[in-house]
Write a protein of this length. Sequence first.
Length: 309
Amino acid sequence: MCSALCLIMALQNKRFVFVVLFILLFVNFIAWAAVYDLSRPKFLEVIFFDVGQGDGALIKTAEGHYILVDGGESSKMLEKLLAEIPFWKREIDLVILSHPHYDHFGGLIDIIERYQVKNILWNGVAEDSLAFERWQESVSKSDANIIISLAGQKIKGENFFIDILYPFINLEGIEFKDANLSSIYLRLVFQKTSFLFTGDGYKSNENELVQKEIFCQENNHYLCRVMFLDSDVLKVGHHGSKTSTSEEFVSAVLPEIAVISAGKNNRYGHPHKETLDLLERYDINILRTDLNGDIKIISDGKSLIFSTD
Ligand SMILES: [Zn+2]
């Protein structure tokens, strides 16, 4: 009888030792992870994924936030995120949809269902398609905080901020003949470096922004606090189509790098020669997902380096 009792006590002791060892190891792991995090240099990364014909970018902030701007139309974006976001992190802080066209939101539907998305920012524009109904359904099923875009909004982190530059009015529920015109323009700023995202906006949208900036130089309108177009990186509008990227806009933004997100041999002929010629004339580095694959741009707050596949 004693031997049976001793055996039970020995087993219980062993289990206790294992539990204590596990807790100590876990605490040790957390402590080292915190030390590693504190000593890690602070960089901001923007990856423009090759999602075929469409747009899809991931912003990794220096504080460890994950922000998406569009998601392409297929599962490519989700596959790339699985490789970029650690497997234990199931959260995305913010998903931004520039406008409700399939080549921008299609890939976001599965991402919203798979990840815990904290915030979704989009323009609320109505579209009449089955795919768009799926987008709306996944947004309404998610627990995310929904924000309808409006120029003047500011999203602030510890080391970065995002200014919403366009649209100038709330477009919720409005149906557009061409939703490209409703595209959100936003400027991401990390210390001294900046990125301008343009969705599929046209030259007419760009002209409104340029005019607003000129107006702001002379007036003190509330939008003028955020109305700066000058940026180091320009995500070129509408996949490099000649319908976007006017000379006035390029000379207002004056980027060092222009990123064009377009599918290899796409049926629209994007990017168009007119756009490429203009960017070359301004001596801007052109990076293209159709030629370069995924494009990663890293900022240390002062300067940028980029790498491609
Ligand atoms: Zn598009």
